[in-house]
Design a protein around this ligand. Structure first.
Ligand code: NAD
Ligand code: UFG
Length: 337
């Protein structure tokens, strides 16, 4: 298939482009490089032997988007482009809604105009909110979000649902990611956020390479195995492969499906610290800090629907997730330059 990959220069998008190319698909990447580097394109080429076409454009720019649809006949769109910093979204909500919701609507309108009927959308476990029992099942529906980022994902899900009801030729797969971590085995692509990392694994990586002194563990008094927060970490290469299966599923089935992409296993913060120390051979000093506002104690997926509908099962365990994160950070301590 010929696939438009919005946000394809980013962390999850770049890994997905590599897996799509490996399966013989043709990718056109559209990204405004807001949170990625142009050099990701060289890295994708180095890994896959193919240099995908890249369009430097913003999904909120209708004319730029229209040009892309005018110049290509796409079979499908995988829509990653979005802003994703939870804390920042509380400070600048309108930017998040404009980018993540406004930009998506423009994209969906052009898909309709140019008769592109297959969509995969990046959603998040955050749409479950905090009131459902674990493991989280798609059948629970959606809960209450606690920040504009989460609400922007929830709104996209609702828009896609209404749109699928109205347009019977549309196929959409909404993937609810749990906690993507790790990097490609080559160490050529991965995640190195700008500034102080918000998420656990990039922060631990910084501590392991001596860039930061110690990890702050946000709370050790949760009702979990060791009192620290438990999450369902998934290797980004597994997540990327799930996208290939999802877009191939969309091409064969009409309507909308919402699917969790996780492993079904929950690891605590301290278990991740131990696994990282073992994989890297480095010390990861930490202190117990107060709980972070908005955090839930435990969050992990029921991964059965992904297995039944897509035939997807995560292959990589926590050792590979830590080892590959470390391999990427030692090769790219300042990110992809
Ligand atoms: P990322 O920031 O690495 O990638 C997103 C890419 O989109 C970046 O390259 C950025 O430059 C681009 N982009 C942003 N706004 C754009 C716009 N208006 N026009 C064009 N390009 C734009 O993030 P990621 O971790 O790869 O996440 C990809 C998607 O998955 C996002 O929608 C994110 O919200 C979602 N998601 C991520 C996680 C996670 O933990 N990483 C979890 C759940 C969902
Ligand atoms: N944590 C620490 N110290 C840190 C960073 C995180 O102890 O410096 C802890 C958190 O308290 C939590 C766990 O590590 O218990 C994981 O935290 P992350 O920030 O890595 O991930 P979250 O589960 O909080 O967030 C992820 C995505 C969000 C999404 C959210 C809800 O990054 O985009 O899941 O689905 F909104």
């Amino acid at each position: 298939m010929k696939i438009l990959v919005t946000g394809g220069m980013g962390y999850i998008g770049s890994h997905t482009v590599v897996e799509l190319i490996a399966k013989g698909h043709e990718c056109v990447i559209l990204d405004n490089l807001y949170n990625s580097s142009i050099n990701v394109l060289n890295r994708i080429e180095e890994i896959s032997g193919v240099r995908p076409e890249f369009v430097n454009a913003d999904i909120t720019d209708e004319n730029a988007l229209r040009n892309v649809f005018e110049n290509h006949q796409f079979d499908a769109v995988i829509h990653f482009a979005g802003l994703k910093a939870v804390g920042e979204s509380v400070t600048i909500p309108l930017k998040y809604y404009d980018n993540n919701v406004g930009g998506s609507i423009k994209l969906y309108q052009l898909m309709e105009e140019y008769n592109v009927n297959n969509l995969v959308f990046s959603s998040s476990a955050t749409v479950y909110g905090s009131s459902f029992e674990m493991p989280l099942k798609e059948a629970y529906g959606r809960g209450t979000t606690t920040n504009p980022y989460g609400t922007s994902k929830l709104m996209n899900e609702m828009i896609i649902e209404d749109y699928c009801h109205a347009r019977k030729e549309l196929s959409a797969v909404v993937l609810r990611y749990f906690n993507p971590v790790g990097a490609h085995k080559s160490g050529l692509i991965g995640e190195r956020p700008n500034g102080i990392p918000n998420n656990l694994m990039p922060y631990i990586s910084d501590v392991a390479i001596g860039k930061r002194e110690r990890l702050n563990v946000f709370g050790d008094d949760y009702d979990t195995k060791d009192g620290t927060g438990v999450r369902d970490y998934i290797h980004v290469v597994d997540l990327a492969k799930a996208h290939v299966l999802a877009i191939e599923y969309a091409a064969k089935n009409k309507g909308m499906e919402t699917i969790n992409i996780g492993t079904g296993n929950g690891y605590s913060v301290l278990e991740i610290v131990e696994a990282y120390k073992k994989a890297s051979g480095k010390d990861v000093p930490y202190v117990i800090a107060p709980r972070r506002a908005g955090d839930v104690a435990t969050c992990y997926a029921d991964p059965n629907k992904a297995k039944e509908l897509l035939g997807f099962e995560a292959q990589y365990g926590i050792e590979d997730m830590c080892l590959d994160s470390y391999n990427f950070i030692i090769k790219n301590p300042n990110g992809i330059e």
